[in-house]
Design a protein around this ligand. Structure first.
Ligand SMILES: *[C@@H]1O[C@H](CO)[C@@H](O)[C@H](O)[C@H]1NC(C)=O
Ligand SMILES: *[C@@H]1O[C@H](CO)[C@@H](O)[C@H](O)[C@H]1NC(C)=O
Ligand SMILES: *[C@@H]1O[C@H](CO)[C@@H](O)[C@H](O)[C@H]1NC(C)=O
Ligand SMILES: *[C@@H]1O[C@H](CO)[C@@H](O)[C@H](O)[C@H]1NC(C)=O
Ligand SMILES: *[C@@H]1O[C@H](CO)[C@@H](O)[C@H](O)[C@H]1NC(C)=O
Ligand SMILES: *[C@@H]1O[C@H](CO)[C@@H](O)[C@H](O)[C@H]1NC(C)=O
Ligand SMILES: *[C@@H]1O[C@H](CO)[C@@H](O)[C@H](O)[C@H]1NC(C)=O
Ligand SMILES: *[C@@H]1O[C@H](CO)[C@@H](O)[C@H](O)[C@H]1NC(C)=O
Ligand SMILES: *[C@@H]1O[C@H](CO)[C@@H](O)[C@H](O)[C@H]1NC(C)=O
Ligand SMILES: *[C@@H]1O[C@H](CO)[C@@H](O)[C@H](O)[C@H]1NC(C)=O
Length: 666
């Protein structure tokens, strides 16, 4: 503690300027006040030269001090400190900055507890654990920064000030400053930030080479990522409004099943009713004892949909589609499924409506604020990261009666979400490789989909063991004897501690079936190791070098997507659009049986040169199941000496697969 207070003192004496800055309500009003003060205030600092000379966006970050937190520990790198800092973003350029975004390169394992005036893009509210790569802030509630010219120098509309509070670890001495700060908006160039011990600033200017799209809209032009959500206010009253949420799947491999959407109400709003969706928890006590209950004293909260600050919203089942009360909306009620357009154009969109009650000081029909921190998840789907809601020009809705007229939303916000690639060992599906010329299968990577097993049971970092092909048909837990016997036959040594399973709900086997002069074939088998059934499943395979030679998929409906780097998209044929779940074996002692689907795919080598199937060209560079990228083996099957037929044939497997499938689909 003593060291800490002494440090604070030295910090204060050293950086007088910053203290002064912080005493003022904001950096610029501070300069403005001091500047306008004609009596002698000798300590008044002039605005930094850099700001005077800046024609763009001027960003500052001042560290305001820190305090040692309990528990006090000896290990300096594990010691927690609370810290406070202030960031300002000021438009001193000639162009309005819409939806400002600032990157802050935090580097001391920061946990952000609050940031007044901003939200974390890609976060789900505070507290927010900053990763290795720093974080991007966006403005809330003020997201646009006007210029001095258009406001006659009105600083409150030109700048924002963000008070950051957080916890930080492991810096013994000195100030935990970010590595850097910069504007994250498109079309700006930022030089290296200027540093002092507790202060940094940077002047970002417009990139002369950047060609902004011709903007004919009043608000930001719409931007499209992988998933597009729009929050349209359709009707507004002083104390409540009706909003419609439209979710559009744009990525050709994007998909959601049993989606859960969550967001955070920032102004004590609550959802009174909903159509086309529902919330999981009612939690009306939040309202009754909260400010809502105080203001709406006579309101019956027992019928309210949700009083949660962060409601979890889900789709209604299909049966509710024509329900007078909660259905009767176009594109509603799909039991949480959103498909890619290539599967079904109408099912690539979903819509729901909600009636939102507001609280003072927003009792004005024009006082509208969308919820923040949107997040959407699904069952075995790609992972989406969503940006903040951005005000866009009102959505136009065509007249339902077909007349050539359209109605406009009162206000519209857009939330863009992008798919993030799964990190290693965080996949949800995995791939095994095999080939007619190899008698061992390369199974899925160890812990491809995470490791739930305790360390004592298995080795999470060991390479998966080669298996005989029939082992792929049984659950991992029943493979031990098979792999032992196989090791014995093949004469390789088993490790002391066996590798952990892949733990994937879905696995895919890619088998090279044949390879001849003019072409080759592969056999793809999908395995479902969980009890959930996948309706309208799809898979996609990328073969960078050989995909262009795609000819035909025999038992699936396959198409080559030309625009996407030789991606072959496959779905079930009519009537075979279910990938069944895992079931018990026929006899009680038998291992459980996964759900399966299988097809042969043929390729030609015409017009392709230098193809070597066994050296890797016949193995996919990427595999997706229901949009989620699967983990791929890091090895290829090796040609076995002298073994050329029979033993490694998967045929019995196919037979079993078809038989189970027939049994299951009956
Ligand atoms: C100190 O703490 C850090 C972070 O918690 C940890 O990685 C490191 O092993 C610890 N060092 C000692 C000597 O305990
Ligand atoms: C950090 O950034 C690097 C390079 O941009 C990227 O490869 C990495 O995945 C990022 N890590 C995290 C945790 O976001
Ligand atoms: C609808 O989704 C629920 C879970 O959200 C699931 O239990 C149910 O089986 C699904 N119904 C259909 C018809 O798919
Ligand atoms: C797409 O889905 C809609 C609604 O669920 C259905 O009526 C239509 O037949 C589907 N279209 C195709 C091509 O499957
Ligand atoms: C509602 O807001 C508008 C603009 O924000 C303002 O002009 C108007 O006076 C407000 N009305 C009330 C009743 O506060
Ligand atoms: C959606 O949220 C509900 C309630 O928290 C949870 O039970 C369910 O498992 C979630 N579904 C998915 C697919 O995450
Ligand atoms: C998503 O990607 C689009 C296009 O690549 C980009 O404009 C947008 O900023 C991204 N959004 C997020 C939230 O990452
Ligand atoms: C695996 O082998 C053990 C003994 O080595 C035996 O007790 C067990 O029944 C075998 N399991 C199967 C599924 O064959
Ligand atoms: C395969 O899918 C395409 C596009 O979804 C569809 O037009 C075609 O009819 C399907 N073919 C068969 C045989 O089902
Ligand atoms: C599957 O087997 C387990 C025990 O092995 C049993 O508890 C369960 O009821 C069986 N399920 C079905 C659907 O028969």
């Amino acid at each position: 503690m003593r060291r800490n207070s002494r440090m604070n003192v030295t910090w204060k004496t050293l950086s007088n300027v910053v203290v002064l800055i912080l005493l003022c309500r904001s950096l610029v009003t501070c300069y403005a006040q001091f500047g306008a003060d004609y009596d002698d205030t000798p300590s008044a600092p002039p605005p930094p030269k850099e700001m005077e000379n800046c024609n763009g966006i001027f960003i500052t970050y001042s560290f305001n001090g820190r305090d040692k937190l309990y528990p006090h520990v000896k290990n300096a790198s594990a010691q927690a400190w609370s810290f406070q800092s202030v960031m300002t973003v000021l438009n001193v350029g000639t162009v309005e900055l819409k939806a400002w975004k600032v990157y802050v390169g935090f580097q001391y394992n920061e946990l952000l507890v609050s940031a007044d005036g901003a939200i974390v893009v890609e976060g789900d509210g505070f507290p927010y654990q900053v990763g290795k790569n720093g974080t991007v802030f966006a403005g809330y509630p003020m997201s646009d920064l006007k210029t001095a010219i258009e406001t006659a120098g009105d600083y409150p509309s030109m700048q924002v000030q963000i008070m950051i509070k957080g916890t930080q670890f492991g810096l013994k001495k000195g100030n935990p400053m970010p590595k850097t700060i910069r504007l994250a908006n498109e079309g700006y160039i930022c030089p290296k930030a200027r540093h002092t011990a507790s202060y940094m600033d940077v002047c970002c200017v417009r990139d002369p080479k950047y060609k902004p799209k011709v903007v004919k809209t009043k608000f930001m032009p719409r931007q499209y990522g992988d998933l597009n959500m729009v929050y349209d206010v359709m009707q507004a009253y002083d104390n409540k409004y009706l909003a419609q949420v439209t979710i559009d799947n744009i990525n050709p491999l994007g998909r959601l099943d049993r989606w859960n959407l969550t967001w955070e109400w920032m102004r004590n709003e609550f959802i009174n009713t909903m159509k086309g969706a529902y919330t999981h928890k009612k939690d009306t006590s939040d309202c009754v004892y909260g400010p809502q209950g105080k203001y709406y004293a006579d309101f019956d909260f027992s019928t309210v949909m949700s009083c949660n600050k962060k409601p979890i919203i889900s789709d209604l089942p299909r049966e509710k589609k024509d329900d007078e009360k909660v259905g009767k909306l176009p594109y509603c009620c799909r039991n949480g499924t959103i498909l890619p357009t290539i599967m079904n154009e109408t099912e690539a969109r979903t819509i729901f409506q909600l009636e939102v009650f507001k609280l003072p000081p927003d009792m004005n029909r024009t006082a509208l604020t969308p919820p923040q921190n949107w997040q959407i998840t699904g069952l075995l789907n790609p992972t989406y990261k969503c940006g903040p809601p951005i005000r866009v020009d009102p959505t136009e809705f065509p007249d339902p009666s077909g007349l050539d007229t359209s109605t406009e939303a009162i206000a519209s916000w857009q939330v863009t979400c992008n798919i993030t690639r799964p990190k290693p060992k965080e996949n949800k599906c995995c791939v095994s490789f095999s080939a007619y010329y190899a008698d061992s299968v390369i199974p899925c990577n160890t812990c491809a989909c995470g490791c739930q097993q305790p360390k004592s049971q298995c080795d999470a970092n060991a390479q998966s063991l080669p298996l005989p092909p029939q082992a792929l048909l049984v659950p991992f837990n029943d493979r031990a004897n098979i792999s032992q016997a196989w090791a014995h036959v093949k004469g390789f040594k088993l490790p002391k501690k066996s590798p952990c399973p892949d733990n994937c709900g879905v696995s895919i086997n890619w088998h090279i079936d044949s390879d001849y002069r003019n072409g080759w074939t592969a056999r793809m088998t999908l395995f479902n190791w969980q009890e959930d059934v996948f309706e309208d499943w799809f898979t996609a395979v990328q073969l960078k070098r050989t995909g262009a030679g795609f000819e035909k998929v025999y038992s699936f409906n396959g198409t080559l997507l030309p625009k996407t780097n030789n991606l072959i998209f496959m779905k079930g044929l009519p009537g075979l659009n279910f990938l069944m779940g895992e079931v018990n074996g026929t006899r009680p002692k038998d291992p459980r049986v996964p759900g399966k689907q299988q097809s042969v795919i043929s390729f030609t080598k015409k017009a392709l040169s230098d193809i070597n199937i066994a050296k890797g060209d016949g193995f996919p560079t990427k595999v997706y199941f229901n949009g989620e990228e699967c983990s791929l083996p890091t090895r290829l099957p090796q040609r076995s000496a002298g073994v050329y037929q029979a033993t490694f044939n998967l045929l019995p497997a196919i037979f079993v697969a078809v038989l189970t499938f027939l049994l299951l689909s009956n």
